[in-house]
Design a protein around this ligand. Structure first.
Ligand code: PBG
Length: 321
């Protein structure tokens, strides 16, 4: 049998991550991720405009606040860095779909994705245990605050149980029924997040994230978690990382037949950049091959730090005005 199957990536498949750092002017390059920056508010809006101009439909925002505390309170401040960035981007690049990552790790002084149980008794534990019920309340508050600022979509990444449900209910309660939810459903505890810790300044101050991120020795759990997220009201489910996890992408798409994103994470980008900078292989061919693999596996959306570079250098499409 001759198959006509043909998979091809285009800029329309991409979501571009943008880091916004409070209190800086201009931009700081992230050492471990050449070509990727922490932007000031103004530069973030310019970046979003470039993304939109290159035919990429969406950006996902990560904020780095000046002020961190045990409760991550800067995350739901009306004038927080992400809230301001959403407004600035909407003004400068109104066509771009703005997705706001919802997590506490960039905002908490301990660097964990939720509120710690030990915080209540003020005992610092090595076995960090997340207070799930308190955490999802805060995540819902953050999501509503991003919706209020004008986000089109929120993306809870804390891996707290029932986070999607809590966010969905809160959005509905505040009348943000059009705001979509992209759930980080299958988020594995991965060493490939290494460079992101530099980019988002969110390294855990003690212990690690293994108690709330998934174990990569298992794939059934991904199916279970994604199924729950769909029931709780997610509009898009996500697999993260992408490279090395294509079986998970394929399985979720096949078994759940639901809109699916994958996140090609910081370490994947660093690795490819490092190899390319040594001249070991052809960067364009390598990147397009990897991205096409994600799409072939079943990803409808690809979050990649290569989005803008690939779209402007290698996959040019006719400019939309
Ligand atoms: C935080 C978050 C992380 C990433 C996205 N959101 C870090 C982590 O879970 O440790 C990683 C993305 C990347 O490595 O590019 N909730």
């Amino acid at each position: 049998m001759i198959s006509m199957e043909f998979h091809e990536v285009t800029p329309r498949d991409f979501i571009m991550p943008i880091f916004i750092k409070e209190g800086i002017s201009g931009k700081n390059e992230i050492k471990s991720m050449p070509g990727i920056f922490q932007f000031s508010l103004e530069e973030a809006a310019n970046e979003a405009q470039r993304v939109s101009g290159a035919g990429i439909p969406s950006v996902i925002l990560f904020g780095i606040p000046e002020h961190k505390d045990e409760l991550g309170s800067a995350a739901y401040d009306k004038d927080g860095i992400v809230q301001k960035a959403i407004r600035a981007i909407k003004k400068k690049a109104p066509r771009v779909c703005v997705i706001a990552d919802v997590c506490m790790c960039e905002y908490t002084s301990h660097g964990h994705c939720g509120m710690l149980k030990s915080q209540k008794s003020k005992v610092k534990s090595k076995n960090c245990v997340i207070d799930n019920d308190e955490t999802i309340k805060i995540l819902a508050k953050i999501a509503v605050s991003y919706a209020e600022a004008g986000a089109d979509m929120v993306a809870p990444s804390a891996m707290a149980d029932r986070q999607v449900k809590a966010i969905k209910e809160a959005l509905v309660k505040h009348n943000y029924t059009k705001v979509k939810i992209m759930a980080y459903s299958a988020k594995y505890a991965s060493s490939f997040y290494g460079p992101f810790r530099e980019a988002a300044e969110n390294a855990p101050q003690f212990a690690d994230r293994k108690t709330y991120q998934m174990d990569y020795h298992n794939s059934d759990e991904a199916l279970l978690e994604a199924g729950l997220d769909i029931k709780e009201g997610a509009d898009i489910i996500m697999v993260k990382p992408a490279l090395g996890y294509q079986d998970i992408i394929y399985r979720l798409k096949k078994e759940l037949a639901f809109p699916l994103a994958c996140y090609s994470v910081s370490g994947e980008y660093s690795m490819m950049k490092a190899a390319a900078s040594k001249g070991y292989l052809d960067e364009k061919k390598m990147v397009i091959e990897a991205l096409t693999g994600f799409k072939r596996a079943g990803a409808d959306f690809i979050i990649t730090y290569y989005a803008l570079e690939a779209a402007t250098k290698w996959l040019k499409i006719k400019k939309q005005t």
